[in-house]
Design a protein around this ligand. Sequence first.
Ligand SMILES: Nc1nc2c(c(=O)[nH]1)N[C@H]1C(S)=C(S)[C@@H](COP(=O)(O)O)O[C@H]1N2
Ligand SMILES: [Mo]
Length: 522
Amino acid sequence: MDVKESTQTTQRIRWPIAALIGIIAVAAALAAGHFVAGLVGPNASPFLAVGNSAIDMTPAWLKDFAIRTFGTYDKIVLLGGMALTILLAAIVAGLLSRRSPLPGMVLAGILGVLGILAVLDRPDLGQIAVLAPVASLAAGLVVFRWLHDLAVRNAQIIDEPTSDGEGATRRKFMVTSGGVAVGAVVLGGAGQFLSGRVDVEGSRAAVGALKPAMPAAAIPAGADFAALGTPKFITTNRDFYRIDTALTVPRLRAEDWNLKIHGMVDSELTFDFGDIRDRPLVERTITMTCVSNEVGGPYVSTANFVGVPMRELLMEAGVKPGADQLFSTSVDGWTTGTPVEDLMDEKRGALLAIGMNGEPLPLEHGFPARMVVPGLYGYVSATKWVVDMELTKFGEKTFYWEERGWAKRAPIKTQSRIDAPRGFATVPAGKVTVAGIAWAQHTGIDKVEVRMDGGEWKPAELATEVNNQTWRMWRLDFDLTAGSHRAEVRATDRNGRTQGEERVPPIPDGATGWHSSLFTVN
Ligand SMILES: Nc1nc2c(c(=O)[nH]1)N[C@H]1C(S)=C(S)[C@@H](COP(=O)(O)O)O[C@H]1N2
Ligand SMILES: [Mo]
């Protein structure tokens, strides 16, 4: 046998061991980064930073697809996909390094640099945050090199244990790598614990119930047809749709919150939470809608929001002539631009909200404070965790979704949805009640019409109107024979505009078209 060949064979790490080294090194890297992030800010964790950057860099159509397909689970799907990708990269790095550690070190280096770039790219993270991905990079390289050396030196022994002494060497490798793996779990767990140390739940509990000086009118009994399958008029905080770009919900305590109003104003103002809470609070029943909502989609919900009129705050600051955009920023760096005109409109009643359905805002919905502007899609108005408002001009500063191809100005389009019978449902023959919701915030719903199997449009019965900033329920009975049927709906708002049939996708300023439901009667 050729001598050279035999030495090469002995120095080659067996593949499962090589893959294991890759996995453990990456685990150590992620854990070290997560731990340091626990000290310098949760979003500095390289894993989350890469995820957040991935969200920001995702093309609009793909993001739209993700929201449509996975809904509120889009973030879990993204994190899971990333974990899988990293696991595969770790295995590949290990397998490429069965002789020399170089390929693995290079791959570890690339992953590390990606983490550093992602953290530097985050608008919400300071310079110090870069320590987290640097710790990741260092831990990854050191652990990889260390385990690799250990394995190469004992490659033959690890592969083919024969005597007791060799068994001990093998055990040493296993104990070392096992120790590193356990260490990684402990370190990562410690990082997770540290990230949660900002006691935002405690802060929220301390805010307690919010009693508005001007409560919203009680919801009349006839405002929903929930018994027929339409939503309850007020959506519970738990069921309220959630859309945002935040992988980890910002943990901002009320005590640490400040809101600055500046830019084209007569006097710059800064408020703390007490300043807002101590003002006479108003409560308004408002239906919010996401621009990503497809025809028939679920991203529409209604709550009683409690807060201070945006108009009052802006009057106090004194908006200079020419300022037509309020550019607001959340604590995690997300931005939007809202027409000043809409915020000043007394009838519209835009709020800086601190409460939702009697409670302080839930963390996912913007605790401690957010904007809510009736009649505008959330992406141009509803900044959660809002900390900064700058008076400026449209075009002078561009906001998050504007930069990604969505419209600068986006009033909510008149829409209607069939909730019963649901698509593909089977219902008994005879009287069939078709029911659903319609909305035209800030204009109001004037009429809803339904037609069956392409027949005549018939006016539906409308539920009691609560106000023109909220959705409105409707119902209509049909006498149907066995077979398959198709119901279609269209709404007309108080400006006399009737929804058109043509299907328009959500991008750039909201979907339109008639919703239909295909169901079976038997
Ligand atoms: N900070 C922040 N605020 C945000 C967003 C975001 O991504 N980040 N998304 C907006 C969008 S697109 C919508 S539709 C609403 C949704 O508010 P909700 O999650 O409370 O329903 O929040 C808006 N405010
Ligand atoms: Mo949205």
